[in-house]
Ligand binder design. Structure first.
Ligand SMILES: Nc1ncnc2c1ncn2[C@@H]1O[C@H](COP(=O)(O)OP(=O)(O)O)[C@@H](O)[C@H]1O
Ligand SMILES: O=C(O)C1=C[C@@H](OP(=O)(O)O)[C@@H](O)[C@H](O)C1
Ligand SMILES: [Mg+2]
Length: 166
């Protein structure tokens, strides 16, 4: 059974905290972005450019479905993995941790030269837009919400471990 699924916008710390949380819990870690890259044989950014976002979302949904079926550990997903209705249905009744982040911390964390294709043109305004669009979905799916602004990942991992144990 999956121990926790980490959701939230780019720069919220899903990949970093997911790995740390898995270490704390002594369970394996997976990230749908890495799974998609392994299947496609190329980086996420190349999939977006060469095959288009729709194809990426298809691979991402498959990766999510597969991980939920077989992964016995912590799963981090890409920020947009929750957009499809089917993904939302798959995540219902799971331990879903929403990593909340404000715009300024998220912008600082993703930086300017982004490996995130959706943010290459104007990271700040694109992040703002997608955070506003997705916030209701993240909130609805969350069983635990953690505010990450100005907080160290070690401390956040402690908080998530505690939240999961409740
Ligand atoms: N709480 C935090 N405080 C400071 N930096 C963070 C925090 N969480 C993540 N980061 C940094 O922000 C960047 C993006 O984190 P990442 O885990 O890739 O986010 P996501 O997978 O949600 O896009 C990384 O460089 C990471 O080290
Ligand atoms: O928000 C998104 O739509 C995306 C987020 C990225 O993952 P992170 O949220 O881990 O950066 C990655 O899946 C892709 O660039 C698209
Ligand atoms: Mg990530």
């Amino acid at each position: 059974m999956i121990k926790a699924v980490l959701i939230g916008p780019p720069g919220s710390g899903k990949t970093t905290l997911g790995r740390l949380l898995a270490e704390r819990l002594g369970v394996p870690f997976r990230d749908t972005d890495a799974d998609v890259e392994a299947v496609a044989g190329k980086p996420v950014a190349d999939i977006f450019v060469e095959d288009g976002e729709a194809h990426f979302r298809e691979l991402e949904l498959r990766a999510l479905r597969q991980a939920l079926a077989e992964h016995d550990g912590v799963l981090s997903v890409g920020g947009g993995a929750v957009l499809r209705e089917e993904a939302q249905e798959l995540l219902a009744d799971r331990p879903v941790v929403y990593l909340q982040v404000g715009l300024s911390d998220a912008v600082q964390r993703v930086g300017l030269a982004s490996a995130r294709p959706l943010l290459v043109l104007s990271p700040r305004s694109q992040l703002k837009k997608l955070m506003e669009e997705r916030r209701p979905i993240y909130e609805r799916l969350a069983t635990i919400t953690v505010v990450t602004d100005k907080r160290e990942v070690e401390e956040l991992a402690d908080e998530i471990v505690e939240g999961l144990g409740r």
